[in-house]
Design a protein around this ligand. Structure first.
Ligand SMILES: [Zn+2]
Ligand SMILES: [Zn+2]
Length: 399
């Protein structure tokens, strides 16, 4: 049984992220939007602790970190931050207040349950010494069932309606928040009438995708579903470049659902390329498309027209920016002339992420040598990526 976390623990988790100025200002604006989107999804799914962490991180990013980005000094960008704050911050602070009230209630309920448990333990001990005394049941079964039904009803009402992150439609839904947590200790269908454990709040959700993979430092990695068809779709779009020995790159985008990511879109940005590099152009158009559909950037894919399937030093630096933005971000490399012809990778953490962030040789996209080994690892089999059959992706070619 998970114990509810203290608010200060959640705040610590919320501010524990790496605000790297290596990641472009526009990318951080996108990240801010996806953090808020994740928060809304977790809130709608009843994962209030996760929602609290993410809403708090959004506010922290907007108020404390984004204004410190070197590119935020420009008039256009500082105006962008100011607009975001004006437009969204009141709503987000309102969400935080609501969630805090619920979470404090959980913490209190947990304390009461613990006190109840200690009390019933004591009664049990007394019963052993005086077997004729019948212990008082800690919670009346009828009360328990009524509370359970109420919690289920509240949970159902929380799940109604679409989740919107667009501020123009952003209203606090008219729902009654559960006075007891959204998930309770399951009751056995037929009560035997004997004392059972008191109701204890839990954040466990039986409908979510369970975490099975972690980074080397223990950070959970949410399962990321990758349609098997994506590779062929990408190679088709890349074919005209590949025959000319030119690289092609694409951005993997998708959705978050019940604590797992689903890659649903393949975006080919405007780009310039050589035999072993590929640089995206016109970031604004690309982000405009991605943000208009509320998509998460879940990684990138690129070809090695003649080279084998590996992560070059430049690839590692490119990928570190994706992984700073989202720990689950993946790099897919397609090397059609070699076997294996495809690889799904992520930077190890540690040591990969720190070494690449510290490495100054990567600036300007120049190839260089890293002395260390083990900077990246497979993200699929083993890894947090799972392939999905019979699912197609939407492609958007912006070239
Ligand atoms: Zn490469
Ligand atoms: Zn480097």
């Amino acid at each position: 049984m998970l114990q509810p976390r203290q608010i200060k623990t959640l705040v610590k988790a919320a501010t524990d992220y790496d605000f790297s100025t290596e990641v472009s200002f526009r990318s951080w604006i996108h990240v801010a939007a996806t953090i808020r989107q994740q928060a809304e999804i977790y809130r709608a799914e009843g994962a209030y602790e996760e929602a609290y962490i993410l809403f708090y991180r959004y506010a922290d990013l907007l108020l404390n970190n984004l204004p410190q980005h070197p590119a935020a000094k420009g008039t256009k960008n500082s105006e962008a931050v100011r607009q975001l704050v004006n437009k969204n911050l009141d709503d987000v602070l309102g969400r935080l207040e609501q969630l805090k009230a619920i979470l404090l209630e959980w913490i209190e309920a947990d304390k009461r349950a613990e006190a109840e448990r200690i009390k019933s333990e004591r009664i049990k001990t007394e019963r052993v010494s005086r077997p004729t005394v019948t212990p008082r049941r800690p919670v009346d079964d009828q009360t328990r069932e009524a509370e359970y039904a109420q919690a289920l009803a509240s949970l159902a009402s929380l799940k109604q309606g679409p989740v919107s992150t667009s501020s123009s439609q952003f209203t606090i839904p008219d729902v009654s928040y559960p006075s007891v947590p959204h998930v309770l200790t399951p009751l056995s269908p037929k009560s035997t009438g004997t004392p059972t454990a008191p109701i204890v709040p839990t954040t466990a959700k039986n409908t979510e995708h369970k975490i099975t993979q972690y980074t080397e430092n223990g950070t959970p990695l949410r399962t990321t579903f990758l349609p098997r068809s994506l590779q062929a779709r990408f190679l088709d779009l890349a074919a005209s470049n590949t025959v000319l020995n030119l690289e092609t790159c694409g951005i993997l985008c998708g959705k978050l659902n019940r604590n797992a990511f689903f890659i649903t879109h393949l975006v080919i940005p405007a780009q310039t390329s050589t035999a072993n590099t590929c640089t995206t152009q016109d970031e604004e158009v690309m982000f405009g498309y991605i943000d208009s559909l509320d998509l998460f950037i879940l990684g990138w894919i690129h070809t090695h027209p003649t080279q084998s399937c590996f992560m070059s030093s430049v690839d590692l630096h490119t990928h570190s920016a994706y992984q700073i933005m989202l720990p689950e971000a993946i790099a897919v490399v397609c090397a059609p002339q070699h076997e294996p012809s495809v690889g799904v990778f992520r930077l190890t953490d540690p040591p990969g992420m720190d070494i690449i962030k510290e490495c100054k040789e990567g600036a300007g996209g120049k190839f260089h040598l890293h002395e260390e080994t083990g900077l990246y690892a497979s993200a699929y089999n083993p890894g947090h990526v799972k392939l999905l059959d019979h699912i197609d992706v939407v492609t958007k070619d912006l070239r």
